[in-house]
Ligand binder design. Structure first.
Ligand SMILES: NC(=O)C1=CN([C@@H]2O[C@H](COP(=O)(O)OP(=O)(O)OC[C@H]3O[C@@H](n4cnc5c(N)ncnc54)[C@H](OP(=O)(O)O)[C@@H]3O)[C@@H](O)[C@H]2O)C=CC1
Ligand SMILES: C/C=C/C(C)=O
Length: 345
């Protein structure tokens, strides 16, 4: 009988995730029924939404997450043995998957990868996967950048942010990245960002005024909190804000704190960006990337072309060993990843 290693969510998060929030168990897997396949994880994705989403899980449920897996047994014509698949199977080494897995807002159906060996399989969890599609559609469809415009990206050295900044350069924009270390800022310069701000060291308000003396036209927001208030207060009329993530508040459990500044959790502070939204007539749009599920291939194809053309650089932070999933998530929340965070089984 096949056994799976599985991380379950055993203690609800309070603040930063800890190893105690999870327990590693072994699960006996049943034999396959018609229409099912057995997926063996090769790489697992480590994403901020895991911290944000997990409070919706019941204690004892499998942690949510996606993976690239190899089909090692199959009773499904759609998913033959030897093929590779990307699926939201959770933090598990092995999974029996029905080919018609129920779909929800955060759990798209498993997708076969047309894998030719030209890039590592892990890229399908990053630049050629969900974060790559997030950068592509979340920036182009919502910010609608024009050549010559000034674009600010927060969380700039992460999987999504580093990609958005490079698309903005491809589109002829001036790009300012905000990230949490000098090492990250240095890397952003090497991949083409025009200006960088280390929000842990610099005065963001002043540094942004210096980098964008004519104001900001597009803001791709990965973090929320005080950085967002600061950027929105420097936006030009008819500017566009793509509200992608709010990681600055993911470790706060109370809704009031979750929308307020991460430094000064007074709910009143949140109103300080509503006036510029109104007076500058800004477009402010939140999104969940799976809404673009039916156009996914457009992003994969374009991102692949940009990589081949040398216009899109990509970096991963890879942690070895399935048992290190909790550690990798904690490190991501601490800002220790550069580019896409991945666990190799
Ligand atoms: N709407 C959607 O459909 C999607 C949304 N997202 C969101 O996009 C954002 C980026 O995701 P992704 O690129 O995968 O993750 P990243 O690779 O950017 O990793 C997270 C980074 O966030 C930064 N960070 C952590 N805490 C804070 C804080 N308090 N304030 C500012 N920055 C912080 C850290 O970098 P640093 O050292 O710079 O602090 C850390 O490395 C997340 O908010 C995520 O939830 C992602 C995918 C889809
Ligand atoms: C699909 C991912 C969503 C967030 C908020 O990270």
């Amino acid at each position: 009988m096949m056994k799976a290693k599985v991380f379950i969510y055993v203690h609800p998060f309070e603040g930063m995730p800890t190893e105690e929030n999870f327990r590693l168990i072994e699960e006996d897997l049943p034999p396959l029924k018609d229409g099912e396949f057995l997926a063996e994880a090769v790489y697992l994705s480590v994403d901020p939404y895991m911290r944000a989403y997990a409070p919706r899980l019941k204690v004892g449920e499998t942690m949510i997450g996606s993976q690239v897996a190899k089909v090692i047994e199959s009773k499904s014509i759609q998913f033959p043995i030897g093929s590779y698949v990307v699926g939201v199977f959770g933090w598990r080494t092995h999974t029996v998957v029905p080919e018609n897995l129920p779909v929800s807002q955060f759990t798209p159906p498993p997708v076969l990868i047309s894998y030719d060996g030209s890039v590592p399989l892990s890229y399908y969890l990053g630049v050629l996967g969900m974060p790559g599609a997030t950068a592509y559609f979340g920036f182009l469809d919502i910010c609608k950048p024009k050549p010559g415009e000034t674009v600010v990206v927060s969380g700039a050295a992460g999987a999504v942010g580093s990609h958005v900044g490079q698309i903005a350069k491809i589109k002829g924009c001036k790009v300012i990245g905000i990230a949490g270390s000098d090492q990250k800022c240095q890397w952003l310069k090497t991949i083409g960002f025009d200006f960088v701000i280390n929000y842990k060291k610099d005065n963001v308000e002043q540094a942004l005024r210096a980098a964008a003396p004519n104001g900001v036209d597009c803001y791709f927001d990965n973090v929320g909190g005080e950085i967002t208030t600061t950027v929105i207060n420097q936006m030009n009329r008819f500017g566009r804000v793509s509200c992608c993530g709010a990681i600055a508040s993911y470790n706060d459990n109370t809704p009031a704190k979750a929308i307020a500044s991460y430094n000064d959790n007074t709910p009143a502070k949140v109103t300080t960006f509503l006036l510029p939204v109104i007076l500058q007539e800004l477009e402010f749009k939140g999104f969940v990337i799976y809404t673009w599920r039916n156009k996914w291939n457009e992003a994969v194809k374009r991102n692949q072309e940009w990589m081949t053309e040398g216009k899109l650089q990509y970096q991963e932070t890879i942690t070895e060993g399935f048992e290190n999933m909790p550690k990798a998530l904690i490190q991501l929340m601490q800002g220790k990843n550069v580019g896409k965070a991945i666990v190799k089984v």
